[in-house]
Design a binder for this molecule. Sequence first.
Ligand code: UD1
Length: 417
Amino acid sequence: MVGEVAVSGAKNAAVAIIPAVLLSDGICRIENVPAISDVNVIIKILYELGAYVKVIDNTTVEIDPTHINSHILSASMSSKMRASSYFIGAMLGRFKKAKVAPPGGCDFGVRPIDQHIKGFEALGATVTIDGGMVHAHASELVGSSIYLDKVSVGATVNIMLAAVKARGLTIIENAAREPHIVDLANFLNSMGANIMGAGTDVIKIRGVSSLHGTTYSVIPDQIEAGTYMLAAAITGGDLTITNVIPKHLESISAKLIECGAEVIEYDEAVRVIMNRRPKTCNVLTMPHPGFPTDMQPQMTTLLALSDGVSVMTEGVWDNRFKYVDQLTLMGAKIKVDGKVAIINGVERLSAAPVKATDLRAGAAMVLAGLAADGKTEIENVEFIDRGYDNIVEKLSAVGADIRRVTYIDPLTSRSAV
Ligand code: UD1
């Protein structure tokens, strides 16, 4: 594949920023919003809660949250995605109370929210789980020091949301440092918040009494960019990926270079050129700035075609190798033992009917399909639509032979790429 691919706004930033709008006393205009189903779901939740939502164009939305007066998120609203848990922090921050059904999202094993709850309690909230709902309430939220026992993106976001209007200073130690944490802090600061240190492991939040409307542009998606970088590598191609922040891609670039790719960085683009079979490399996924767990299935797929044995260790989630069975159907030789996959590179993958078992696993199937001999059919592509804006159109434009097919099943309607 040869050409240019433009990256959309970051899913994980957008799904934190949009619930954060709830904390504003005015209209927020959010730009560079990706056209993906997770974002549609989160906007719909705000709309159902009573926000006025105006879609300005494909990537811009204006949200007026001032009419929202509900602090309840039902199971039908929250079960579709993990980020619905951010409404607990946002509602606590705005109403001092929240009643939210436990979040959904990709299934990587246990997905606890104990660190979120620890943070809310430190700020003075009482949190109970009753009737399948998380109830949180406080007469007043007061700043506090919170040490996260585990680096958690979700807990860091949620505590920031609850603390931004609390009285006094909140300090989050061992905070997550992902680019979307920084983006959320920048968004909140653009509304008048006082947050320092985002991007380091100590975030200081001095509470303010109110937040005003703002205009804000979401950062580019690190994982979408990384996926297209790997698309170049796995097809022996030459792709320039534009609208990126190269700094966010360093861990991915480093591993691609180890695999034999040439990676050229520009101000807002990276070019990946691969003209050999991938070399082996060992990868350990870690919180940022480590190699992202959300690139693990895609990287494993590249290594499945490498010229020897590689080891992929999943350092964040307990159970994120379910997709390996699907790769095996395409001829990959991978043995999984708990959080470690031993990948015996093969020369070729061959097409097979496979399933997207979750969002990034779905992206991995697309990469495998691009590299495989023959026509690969991927089922359950709605997982891919959760996080990839127009993936079929973007890949077709750089030479991939890929299309979306909709099967009409008499019982369920399934779509396949
Ligand atoms: C976010 C991302 C997800 C990514 C993950 C790790 C969003 C919407 N999703 O998920 O794509 O894979 O970060 O980069 O941004 N944990 C606890 N207790 C808690 C919270 C988490 O033990 O209260 C553990 C989890 O089980 C996991 C690890 O901490 O092992 C990281 O989880 P976390 O960073 O919270 O992931 P999410 O925010 O759910």
